[in-house]
Design a protein. Structure first.
Length: 116
């Protein structure tokens, strides 16, 4: 796994990228600052200009701090736990997501992903 930092409104969260083809492809593009959009009161998302390799499965439960790929080009950062029937490819997870929801705020937000 690769250790990265996710920076949101001046607050830094430590995260691990998983050891899979999708996470490796995402990591090869770091550092990235993305204008992530709000959706459903539980996630922020951004459509990448290019597709990443996807190996989607149904996680059943999303956890606060999960970083996922939806489809082949949509990066999603979740800030609430909930059950889902959607399929995602796991990218990584924030080590300690305490304060994530308040850092992300309501509405759209700039999020930076970089190596530690």
């Amino acid at each position: 796994m690769n250790q990265i930092e996710i920076i949101i409104n001046g607050k830094t969260f430590s995260a691990q990228l998983y050891d899979n083809e999708t996470a490796h492809a995402f990591a090869s593009q770091l550092p990235l600052t993305l204008d992530m959009r709000e959706l459903n009161g539980n996630e922020k998302y951004y459509y990448m200009p290019d597709s990443l390799p996807a190996q989607a499965s149904r996680p059943g439960t999303i956890r606060t701090g999960d970083l996922m790929l939806y489809g082949a080009d949509c990066i999603v950062l979740f800030y609430k736990d909930f059950r889902t029937g959607y399929s995602y490819t796991p990218l990584g997870h924030i080590d300690d997501p305490n304060g994530l929801e308040s850092a992300l705020g309501q509405g759209d937000v700039k999020v930076t992903f970089q190596f530690s």
